[in-house]
Structures are given as structure tokens and as C-alpha cells.
Design a protein around this ligand. Structure first.
Ligand SMILES: [Zn+2]
Length: 244
């Protein structure tokens, strides 16, 4: 794609609308694009990094406290309900990343749950689900990315998307880790997925919380094993993963 062009997130049913406004379909990229200087009027379709009403950081680590690992829609809902939500998420974004407009080489986008944290009442509340490319998703799930030894690439991606220096990206990741440690000190976090109930009419599974707890134990064990296997292990995750 030419640097002067911007990718758009266009749901299939709105393609005629963007074509009428002057967007063109880039066959090679499999993507609707618009000339950067003529993007006015396309606000609803612009990835966050190109929107005038948003400022950097467009992507940063956003980590789930350890006691809530596994408490995601995939575990808490019936498979068909989660599939409906994530497929709708991909469709609404035209299978492009909502943050950068990109797509992955193997699969285009992944569904990312956006959580808000009430640090006083210790409630993690679902605010929405968005489509992210694998690179942006790896930044969001920083802890997993780090234990898999992919943090350098994720830092590079933050530099690229946010227009940051390497030091700024590192500082942001360090702050996210510190926040994660503070939140993970507590084991009484609750998870609120009312958003999915309200927007998709789903009913959380009765067995969902138990399944999530089992997943939590599995994820913690996996993270610990990956962490222990790292040749360059640091103390970042050690405090929680190896001593709880
Ligand atoms: Zn992206």
C-alpha cells in the first residue's frame, strides 16, 4: 500500500457507501483505502491511529490481573455465543485491525476484549470487543507476549504505531507491568460481562466460572513453565508467577 493511502475498516454491507464517497478497493491488500489527505468524512471507518480525535498511544499493554486469567467470553459463554460475538466483531471492522488497519499473515484479525478496572471495588468490567491484528493484540497481552520471548517485536510495534521512541515504549511497558503487579496482589477480582448480555442477548454458562477457574490454573502453570524455560529470565513476572 502507498504511504499516502490509509486502510479503512469497512463492513461488507457498507462497501457501496464508501465507494460512493471515493474510497477504492486495493485488490492486493484486500482492503478499502482512501488517500490520506481526503479522509474527511470517513471517520466511522478510520483505524484509531489515523483518527483526528485520538492521540497516541493507540496501542499499549492492557493486562488482566492474574486471578482473572481465563475469565474471558470464550470460557464464560456457550461456544456458539462466543463465535457469534467474535465473528460480528470481525465483520464490523471489515476484518481489519481497529487500531492500525492492518491484518495478520495467517489470519486477519483476532477478537480483543476491552476491560475497564475499578481498583477500589476490584471489578473488571467488559466495555466492548474489537478486532485487532496479531501484532496489536500481542502488545495488549503483554505478559503472555513477554513469557513467549516476543517482547522486543512488541516494543518495535509500539514505536511504529504510536510514533514513539524506544525508551517511551519501554517505559509504557514497565508501567503496565507495575500496574499488573499491583492488581495481581489481590485475588478477589470480580468479572462483569453484562456488556455481552446486553448487546448480544447471551446467557453466561452456569459452569462458566468453574471452567474459567480451571483455565486460570492452566494459564498460570503454562506461564510459569514458559518463564522458567527462558534463557534470559528476568524478575518481571517472577514475583507473581513463581511465588503464588
Ligand atoms: Zn493492528
Amino acid at each position: 500500500m502507498q504511504p499516502s493511502m490509509i486502510p479503512l475498516c469497512v463492513p461488507f454491507e457498507r462497501r457501496a457507501e464508501v465507494a460512493a464517497r471515493g474510497a477504492v478497493f486495493d485488490r492486493e491488500e484486500k482492503c478499502w483505502v482512501v488517500v490520506r489527505d481526503t479522509a474527511v468524512g470517513f471517520e466511522a471507518f478510520l483505524p484509531y491511529r489515523y483518527r483526528a480525535d485520538r492521540t497516541a498511544p493507540y496501542i499499549r499493554p492492557w493486562m488482566v490481573p492474574q486471578s482473572l486469567w481465563g475469565h474471558n467470553l470464550r470460557a464464560l459463554l456457550a461456544k456458539e455465543d462466543w463465535d457469534r460475538i467474535r465473528k460480528d466483531t470481525y465483520a464490523r471492522a471489515g476484518s481489519r485491525c481497529r487500531v492500525c488497519g492492518g491484518r495478520g499473515p495467517k489470519w486477519a484479525v483476532e477478537a480483543d476484549e476491552g476491560w475497564a478496572y475499578d481498583d477500589t471495588r476490584r471489578i473488571q468490567t467488559l466495555k466492548g470487543v474489537i478486532a485487532l491484528c496479531p501484532d496489536c493484540h500481542a502488545v495488549r497481552h503483554w505478559g503472555k507476549t513477554m513469557t513467549e520471548g516476543r517482547s522486543e517485536q512488541a516494543l518495535d510495534w509500539m514505536v511504529e504505531i504510536n510514533g514513539w521512541t524506544r525508551d517511551q515504549a519501554r517505559q509504557c511497558a514497565d508501567e503496565a507491568m507495575a500496574l499488573w503487579h499491583r492488581r495481581s496482589d489481590h485475588t478477589d477480582w470480580q468479572c462483569d460481562i453484562t456488556w455481552a448480555v446486553r448487546n448480544y442477548g447471551v446467557t453466561p454458562l452456569e459452569v462458566g466460572t468453574r471452567a474459567a477457574r480451571e483455565l486460570n490454573r492452566k494459564f498460570v502453570a503454562q506461564a510459569q513453565a514458559r518463564f522458567d524455560a527462558r534463557p534470559d529470565r528476568r524478575d518481571d513476572l517472577d514475583h507473581h508467577i513463581t511465588h503464588k
